[in-house]
Design a protein around this ligand. Structure first.
Ligand SMILES: *[C@@H]1O[C@H](CO)[C@@H](O)[C@H](O)[C@H]1NC(C)=O
Ligand SMILES: *[C@@H]1O[C@H](CO)[C@@H](O)[C@H](O)[C@H]1NC(C)=O
Ligand SMILES: *[C@@H]1O[C@H](CO)[C@@H](O)[C@H](O)[C@H]1NC(C)=O
Length: 445
């Protein structure tokens, strides 16, 4: 079995242009680091940051045709209160997620559209196609029972309650089908995870047995970990690296591995896992959620963090073999023309600079070491970027693992995040304790 993985890895090593690929990790408080800052970068063309629709943009602002999107939304908003929405500007697009469909030669995307009206917030999911250069394709077509482009038909039991409607979509493929996992307040006023199937146009809630025992809970960030055509696995919580199997929709999701604990630690679920070439390793950008406190600044800061999982299909066991430090692409995404800053010292971490997440690894050219990823910036700016350096970095993480380095450190992300942001470890602070109490039930984001 071990040799099968090694042959896969060997084959991958042979077939990719491995520039150097032999970096050893540096240890920090028991956690391996690969100095990602110098290795992972957004591909810079001469026009960086390049937002125009050139033939090969390295970065694109997604969903720019808002007039068109408004024409799609309006029939879904029966309530009069939304009629002056477009002029009010209280309309945001966040959490763009994408998969590459090779048979169409296009990206299929899903983004959360959030409408804030008179202080209350409601969400819908919008799906559309983009060509390989991230130009939006607006000819209508059906993908299964789902019209694209269009609003994903999800039944919302009451749009009048606060934070109603589907949030944080993650699109992925499984056994030839296309699915979206999202969270939404259900009829019993609990926030649950749901799956939507493009083929049938239907969605259903995902449950664990504890839900029947708890009076209240909130679920978020379950991350697809599709390793074969037979199982719908999700990372439930990175603490104890807990995996659920939700294949059988007639019953509760089964716990596959990891001691159950619903309270999340510093690492949260991010982009759906993608298989690393022909190996049994799977890669995702989760995100670090840390309570930033420095001087009189106080806020929760989100940054992408790379994770690598090894799957052993025969025994359905999973190992989280690597979690990186927070990644910020040198904060270049916060600069003009995406955000109104000329230099990174102007970025206000507790304001516009607070939120950066990778919502999907949409396509990965292993040979060229180029990844198309979608980014949620500030919960207001959906982006697609091209990243280089990931193939090389993941190979190093795998080599580290196969070389026998087992750290045993669970919560590397917090240690590495505090180092990254140059703040003291505040784990004993009162805010943290209060937050832990508040998040007792359910995997709150
Ligand atoms: C907006 O909220 C205020 C106070 O909460 C309320 O008085 C007003 O009627 C609301 N307006 C609309 C259009 O819902
Ligand atoms: C960032 O988000 C805040 C809060 O929603 C918003 O007021 C601000 O305009 C956003 N900044 C940009 C550059 O979109
Ligand atoms: C950024 O640079 C431009 C041109 O150099 C200047 O006009 C503008 O005021 C600068 N903005 C900030 C926020 O410093």
């Amino acid at each position: 079995m071990g040799w099968k993985f090694s042959i896969g890895l060997f084959a991958l090593l042979l077939c990719i242009k491995c520039t150097s690929g032999d970096h050893k990790p540096t240890m920090f408080k028991g956690c391996p680091t690969f100095n990602i800052k110098t290795r992972l970068s957004i591909i810079e063309k001469s026009c960086f940051p390049c937002l125009s629709f050139s033939t090969t943009p390295s970065m694109s602002k997604l969903f720019r045709d808002t007039e068109f999107i408004f024409s799609m939304i309006s029939p879904h908003l029966l309530d009069d209160q939304f009629c002056d929405l477009q002029s009010s500007g209280e309309f945001m697009m966040m959490f763009p997620s994408a998969v590459w469909l090779p048979e169409k030669n296009m990206f299929l995307t899903v983004v959360r559209m959030s409408i804030r009206k008179n202080g209350s917030m409601k969400s819908l999911l919008f799906t559309s196609l983009f060509d390989s250069h991230w130009n939006e394709v607006i000819t209508e077509e059906m993908i299964g029972a789902t019209q694209v482009p269009g609003i994903i038909p999800i039944e919302v039991y009451d749009y009048n309650i606060e934070n109603a409607g589907p949030e944080d979509p993650r699109i992925f493929t499984f056994a030839g089908g296309i699915y979206v996992i999202f969270n939404m307040i259900d009829i019993d006023v609990r926030r649950k995870m749901f799956l939507f199937n493009f083929e049938t146009g239907k969605s259903w809630p995902l449950r664990i047995i504890e839900h029947s025992l708890w009076s209240h809970y909130t679920e978020k960030n379950w991350t697809p970990l599709i390793v074969d055509d037979e199982h719908l696995y999700f990372v439930y919580n990175y603490k104890n690296f807990q995996i659920l199997d939700c294949t059988d929709k007639s019953t509760y999701c089964k716990k596959v591995s990891g001691l159950f604990d619903s309270v999340p630690a510093g690492l949260r679920g991010g982009s759906p896992y993608v298989k690393f070439g022909s190996t049994q390793y799977f890669v995702s950008f989760g995100y670090s959620h840390i309570d930033y406190r420095k001087g009189n600044q106080f806020c929760a800061v989100y940054r992408p963090a790379l994770t690598v999982v090894k799957a052993n299909e025969e025994s359905s066991s999973f190992e989280l073999i690597y979690q990186s430090e927070p990644i910020d692409f040198e904060e270049k995404l916060f600069l003009e023309p995406i955000m109104p800053y000329n230099s990174t010292d102007q970025v206000k971490i507790c304001e516009d600079g607070r939120i950066m997440m990778v919502a999907s690894i949409a396509r990965w050219d292993f040979d060229e070491d180029v990844v198309d990823a979608t980014i949620n910036l500030n919960d207001t700016i959906p982006l697609a970027i091209k990243i280089t350096g990931l193939t090389d970095l993941v190979l190093d993480a795998i080599k580290m693992h196969e070389g026998g380095l087992v750290t045993g450190e669970e919560n590397c992300i917090e240690k590495l995040a505090f180092k990254h942001f140059e703040i003291d470890d505040p784990s004993s602070s009162r805010l943290n304790l209060r937050k832990k109490r508040m998040m007792k039930y359910g995997n709150n984001g």
